[in-house]
Ligand binder design. Sequence first.
Ligand code: GDP
Length: 410
Amino acid sequence: MEYVILAVVIAVVVLGAISGLVVSGRKKKQLPPPPPATPQPSVTAPPAEPHVGEEAEAPSDEERRTVEDVTLPTAEAPAAEAPAAEPEAPAAPPVEVPEPTAGRLVRLRARLSRSQNTLGKGLLNLLSREHLDEDTWEEVEDTLLTADVGVAPTQELVERLRERVKVLGTRTPDDLRELLREELLTLIGPDLDRTVHTANGIGNGGDEIPGVVMVVGVNGTGKTTTTGKLARVLVADGKSVVLGAADTFRAAAADQLQTWGERVGARTVRGPEGGDPASIAFDAVKEGIAEAADVVLIDTAGRLHTKTGLMDELGKVKRVVEKHGPVGEVLLVLDATTGQNGLVQARVFAEVVDITGVVLTKLDGTAKGGIIIAVQRELGVPVKLVGLGEGADDLAPFEPKAFVDALIGD
Ligand code: GDP
């Protein structure tokens, strides 16, 4: 009997020991190797400032998942019972894919023709009159002036139209449309180089640096919005972009620009409110070089109404950026609805900084599309982009032919 009890006790002890081993063994298996005790958010929360090109790098999602798996080992177990339990890390905001830029003006043409009809249709109606007397030609002139074409270009156009109508003799509506199309196109300059120059430059150290574009203009013209939309245009064309928020005067400008950037995965370099715009611009290009970005877009402040102040500030921004290398493009943003005022602004800016291209915004809200002709004459630089609405992809490369077609119909 004693032997039996002893045997039972031994058996219990042995069994207990074995099961303990198994349990502890299982426990060991269940425990993953302890993660490095680092705080996760810095690893898993890049969305505040996503890297350029993140949208194109499929592995980045993959990487994020791997990081979560490793650093959050307990998330697996409850997930089996409660699938609603989400991983704690905030998801990166979805990076948008902007619309392709080719043919944007054609797509947005309806907005143009709605506001510009008065010009094209008005001219066609006048030219279709049976008798083209002096009064009619004066009306033609007035129509052009009302559309902000400007005095000198208006006189040139009227002159040419008079000659050609005389030569034409009988006028069918189609003849007139064709004639007007040709003359307006000539006036706008179909052969001007309207490319936004964003190609890499050679830095002062001899290495390639990103293309640098400065965006200037009076606040309220749509400058920051245009910088953001231009980032989308470039991303749509396959380029990586860094934004420099050097408009430190308008409180919301940096936030506004950063939001535009985040939507397409472009980093925004910014500084304190009221900070030195030139140093932000400098840092933005430095960041662009570090990231090997294709283009750096710099939004600047346009608050200054005295020429000296403006010259000091914009000149300094440009000079400081040029410590890295060349500025490829200086775009002046003008509000098409401001007419003569806009032209005065254009003149002042052109005197303080070398403008290489014009962006005409709010063309959707005006019948004064003739300002394209006037501003090109005034500055001797082409209109390169036009804003046709508040939508994210409502900035279009300017195509003279599509524009004229919109004015007078096909
Ligand atoms: P900034 O002070 O020059 O930087 O001006 P913002 O970029 O903040 O733009 C001023 C306002 O103009 C905003 O409400 C924009 O949405 C609007 N805006 C900009 N471009 C266009 C455009 O092409 N069409 C229309 N309708 N509105 C525009």
